[in-house]
Design a binder for this molecule. Structure first.
Ligand code: SF4
Length: 251
């Protein structure tokens, strides 16, 4: 074999098949059209399976635990759908569960981008080192910040989760990517608590912020109760925080 033939063969061995890599993505569901999950774009949402945290207010319990592979949606079906919708949809959002923990996510994003779609990511930021590698593939990120770092363990059940999420926030802000930071308010938080968090986020450089009320129906923690104070009242306490856009979701 000549040197040229040898290196050509070696490069064939080294280069992974991107379609095969993406096919390892564990997908629990697909929303085929949404106008609210990627700002200003018609999007599909791919719900990735699995998450290392167990937030008390999580509504996606069906995406957290081990699933029979038969119940997962194959990436090949999602890919076929996206090929058919070229020109009709603008963006694909990878959500969850927690998408960034899946090794196949980068390949799925790269394939999706090659099909002409913008890429959105919904993440809680549990793996900043993985997020750093994914950011160059992404056009817009919605990052959950569940509280101050010291609040996290009581919400997620996982010590150290807050530090990882805030490291992810720093990476996102440093990247300059368009973003929305989101907080679901724990029912026992008062206005002073909400204001403290909002000011810390504004000082860190968050420009688009969203507050969401906690809906205890279908939450992982059956003892969670509805907040006594309306969301608008709590949000009034943060009007002085310097966000370019503040969105309220819920009551
Ligand atoms: S990080 Fe998100 S998906 Fe994971 S448990 Fe918390 S709310 Fe659910």
């Amino acid at each position: 074999m000549t040197t040229t033939a040898t290196s050509a063969a070696a490069s064939q061995v080294r280069r992974p098949d991107p379609e095969a890599a993406a096919s390892g993505l564990r997908i629990g569901g697909l929303t085929r059209l949404t106008t609210i999950d990627y700002p200003g774009e018609l999007a599909a949402v791919v719900f990735c399976h699995g998450c290392p945290w167990r937030c008390r207010y999580c509504h996606n319990g069906h995406l957290l635990d081990a699933l029979d592979r038969q119940l997962l949606l194959p990436w090949s079906e999602v890919r076929d759908f996206l090929r058919q919708r070229r020109g009709l949809l603008d963006a694909v959002v990878f959500s969850g569960g927690e998408p960034t923990l899946q090794g196949a996510l980068a390949a799925a994003m790269a394939e999706t981008r090659e099909l002409g779609y913008r890429i959105g990511l919904h993440t809680a930021g549990p793996a900043p080192e993985r997020l750093a590698r994914l950011l160059p593939l992404i056009d817009w990120v919605a990052l959950d910040i569940k509280g101050l770092p010291e609040d996290y363990a009581a919400i997620t059940g996982v010590p150290g989760s807050g530090e990882r999420a805030w490291d992810s926030l720093r990476l996102l802000l440093d990247s300059g990517l368009p973003h929305e930071v989101r907080t679901t308010l724990m029912p026992d938080w008062n206005a002073a608590k909400v204001a403290q968090l909002a000011h810390r986020l504004a000082d860190a450089g968050v420009r688009h912020y969203s507050l969401q009320s906690c809906d205890p129906s279908h939450a992982l923690d059956p003892h969670l109760e509805r907040a006594p104070q309306p969301l608008a009242e709590l949000a009034a306490a943060i009007q002085s925080a310097r966000f370019a856009r503040l969105t309220l979701r819920g009551h």
